[in-house]
Design a protein around this ligand. Structure first.
Ligand SMILES: *Cc1c(COP(=O)(O)O)cnc(C)c1O
Length: 423
């Protein structure tokens, strides 16, 4: 594969940005390669600056559920641009998108639009603290909720493979407000509640953990979290930045039938534009300024172009429920192919899959938490990554990320991918 132009651009970028990138995982560090620079993308395909074409399973880390550059989304965005890119004032479109979100996710009684998932989780936690008048929060080891100070406490995602388990620059006193429990381990949660009576403002969780690879909640785990938070007057926050509008239009909370107090959305909700949302129970959200004393604001919040892309994307998903059936069926086919690969090559692989999210961990362990995920052989993953790239398949440049199936993946794309998996 010729990557001369990518190499050239990488050299230029290295002189201008830390590691040449604007988000660490893009640097390909954990697969021991230099990053590919992308020129454009269409449908299921992504094209680099050297003209190499790949079937894409990163999908911009989730937003691309309809594939790249969906013609209806692009057309709507182009039309919206002509009317101005930002006003810093309310628009009809914000209410239109908010009403669609509430139709899909009834727990979103009142909501606020922001520009990134990081902002959404950070603000949801502030709202929970303002409402409960408590300071501490619980998060789970291996769950990622963006890079705000209080949540970069043993964060997953890129931090996992960047060999920086926490982040420099986060004051220890901030981190002390964050208690870390173990995913799928009820006792670890019980213990934190017992040791911090009446002090825990919020418990934040990815209902399906998708930033340590993909780890599913065990039967009863989410129900348990709903019960113990209710008993303790703690706000239950579902971080659905990945699962929202991906598992179903109702997200993971509809899939598992749980009613969280607050929810965060990102990625798909902006249809590929910078847009995220936090919201939930009116009683909590009414405390956000200007109606309440929890301050939160944003110059580009509810941006008209981002809301346009979000509205069109959600509309397409609501109008075409068959997309969900198709992407889940395709994810299952890929999961089967990984199981076959393990048998044929006699290598350890553990496959987790739910809806259109999947991950093949290079381990013999049954991965149900962070420790299980960490038992993966990342060198074996790097070698698999390289082989897939050579076969024209673009998967995440890290073991600890999901494989995203989109509505644009055709039967032929899936067949070619299975061939590459079994090669
Ligand atoms: C991506 C992600 C975030 C952070 O969103 P950004 O838009 O990257 O700030 C938060 N939570 C989860 C679950 C995510 O996957």
């Amino acid at each position: 594969m010729n990557i001369a132009k990518s190499e050239e651009l990488y050299k230029v970028a290295l002189d201008l940005m830390p590691g040449g990138v604007n988000s660490p995982v893009r640097a390909f560090g954990s697969v021991g390669r230099n990053p590919l620079f992308i020129d454009h993308a269409k449908g299921s395909r992504i094209f680099d600056v050297d003209g190499n074409e790949f079937i894409d399973y990163v999908c911009s880390w989730g937003p691309g559920i309809l594939g790249h550059a969906h013609p209806e989304v692009i057309e709507a965005v182009q039309k919206a641009c002509v009317d101005g890119l930002t006003f810093g004032a309310p628009t009809r479109k914000e209410s239109e998108l908010a009403a669609m979100i509430r139709d899909c996710v009834p727990s979103m009684e009142l909501m606020r639009m922001v520009s990134s998932g990081t902002e959404a989780t950070m603000s949801a936690i502030r709202a929970a603290r303002g409402y409960t008048k408590r300071d501490k929060i619980i998060k789970f080891k291996g769950c990622y909720h963006g890079h705000s100070d209080g949540l970069l406490v043993q964060a997953g995602s890129a931090a996992l493979t960047q060999s920086v388990p926490d982040s420099a620059g986060v004051p220890a006193s901030f981190a002390q407000q964050t208690l870390v429990a173990l995913y799928n381990d009820k006792d670890s949660v019980r213990e934190l509640f017992e040791n911090n009576k009446d002090q825990i403002a919020a418990l934040i969780v990815e209902p399906v953990a998708a930033n340590m690879g993909v780890v599913l909640p065990e039967e009863g785990f989410l129900e348990f979290l709903r019960e113990i938070t209710a008993e303790n007057g703690t706000v239950l926050i579902f971080d659905e930045v990945i699962t929202g509008f991906r598992l179903s239009v109702g997200g993971a909370q509809a899939w598992y039938n749980i009613d969280p107090d607050l929810t965060t959305f990102g990625k798909i909700v902006g249809g590929g534009m910078p847009m995220a949302v936090y919201g939930g129970k009116k009683e909590i959200m009414k405390n956000v300024a200007p109606t309440g004393k929890v301050y939160q604001a944003g110059t580009l919040s509810g941006n008209p172009i981002a809301t346009t892309a979000g509205i069109k994307t959600l509309q397409l998903l609501m109008d075409h429920p068959e997309v969900y059936t198709k992407i889940e069926a395709n994810a299952k086919k890929l999961a089967e192919a990984f199981k076959m690969r393990a048998q044929q090559k006699n290598i350890p692989l553990h496959v987790n899959q739910v809806g259109s999210l999947l991950c093949a961990f290079h381990t013999a362990e049954n991965v149900k938490d962070y420790t299980g995920a960490l038992s993966s052989d990342t060198a074996a993953y790097a070698s698999y990554f390289g082989d897939m790239l050579e076969s024209g398949i673009y998967v995440a440049p890290s073991q600890f990320e999901a494989m995203f199936v989109s509505g644009a993946h055709s039967d032929e794309d899936i067949a070619r991918t299975i061939e590459a998996i079994l090669k």
